[in-house]
Design a protein around this ligand. Structure first.
Ligand SMILES: [Zn+2]
Length: 73
C-alpha cells in the first residue's frame, strides 16, 4: 500500500526539491492497469485536481541515486 512520501530520499538522503521529488501523479484507477493509459495528470495542477476528486498517487524519483516509489498524495 502507498504511504506518505518522505521529505528525503530513503536511499541516499537527498532532500525534497534538491533532486528528490514527485515526477508524476495520477488518480488511483478503478480497474488495475489503466493508470498509465488514461489517468496521468502531470505537475502540481494535476496533483491538486486529483486530490480534490479522489485518491491520488504520486511517483517520486531521486535524481541522485535513481530510486523511485509510489506514494499517497
Ligand atoms: Zn536517492
Amino acid at each position: 500500500m502507498a504511504m506518505q512520501a518522505p521529505t528525503a530520499c530513503p536511499i541516499c538522503g537527498t532532500q525534497i526539491f534538491m533532486g528528490w521529488g514527485p515526477t508524476q501523479s495520477y488518480k488511483q484507477p478503478l480497474s488495475a492497469g489503466k493508470a498509465l493509459v488514461g489517468g496521468i495528470l502531470a505537475g502540481p495542477v494535476g496533483a491538486i485536481a486529483g486530490a480534490a476528486m479522489g485518491k491520488n498517487l504520486s511517483v517520486w524519483t531521486c535524481a541522485r541515486c535513481g530510486y523511485s516509489n509510489t506514494y499517497k498524495g
